[in-house]
Design a protein around this ligand. Structure first.
Ligand code: URA
Length: 216
């Protein structure tokens, strides 16, 4: 896996990451969603440097300019519901991407143990496309692994990129073993550890609840 991590370089990205972690600023859920979306926009720009371009001519009112045109068939795939703001940020820039949505949730078998249940799949064909999997919190990596297994029924992408905001080293190590070596992981920052419930520490808490409210 080719890993691109952004937290060692100072940039405006770090302000947005600090804000989504901050227990006071988190109270403003609109700001939380918008910050994740802004992170998605910045990550799109970074991913775009690694994508494909074809020389072409653009006709302006006054002449013709040769440019390298962005030519990529992208499928953006996110896990409901926490992935939605990140998905939206990526889609703001990759605006002609196709979209796939999957529901995956942690079904607890005990207080500290859970399995990932994947139920809803809505995906176009992935054959020869660039698959961008968005997962804001790469905790154990189990959701991404389950989703990737399910997506195999929808075709074979020519490239896979995973975009994540906060990860744990455990999660990264787990997905490394389940995805091909050619996969790119674009991750804003990596935290020290997971707690016994599989939450990233210090992390930010529950991204789905912070964006959309608590669930039963
Ligand atoms: N999902 C979250 O929302 N937060 C975590 O820390 C881990 C998974």
């Amino acid at each position: 896996m080719i890993i691109h991590k952004f937290d060692s370089e100072n940039s405006i990205l770090n302000k947005f990451i600090a804000e989504i972690r901050d227990v006071e600023i988190q109270k403003d859920s609109m700001r939380f969603r918008r910050n994740i979306e802004r992170i998605g926009e910045i990550m799109s720009y970074e991913v775009s440097k690694n994508l494909h371009y074809k020389p072409s001519d653009v006709t302006t009112p006054l002449g013709i300019k040769q440019i390298d045109k962005f030519e990529n068939n992208i499928v953006l795939c996110s896990i409901l519901r926490a992935g939605l703001p990140l998905h939206h940020g990526l889609l703001n820039y990759f605006d002609d991407a196709e979209n796939a949505f999957i529901s995956a949730y942690r079904k607890h078998t005990t207080e500290t143990e859970f399995e990932i249940v994947v139920e809803y799949f809505a995906s176009p064909s992935l054959d020869d496309k660039i698959l961008i999997l968005a997962d804001p919190m790469l905790a154990t990596g189990q959701s991404l692994i389950s989703v990737f297994e399910g997506l195999k029924n929808h075709g074979t992408p020519k490239e896979i990129h995973i975009v994540s905001v906060i990860g744990s080293q455990t999660g990264i190590d787990n997905i490394k073993n389940s995805f091909p070596n050619s996969v790119h992981l674009w991750i804003a920052t990596v935290d020290e550890k997971l707690n016994d419930k599989g939450y990233i520490i210090p992390g930010l808490g529950d991204a789905g609840d912070l964006a959309f409210g608590k669930k039963l």
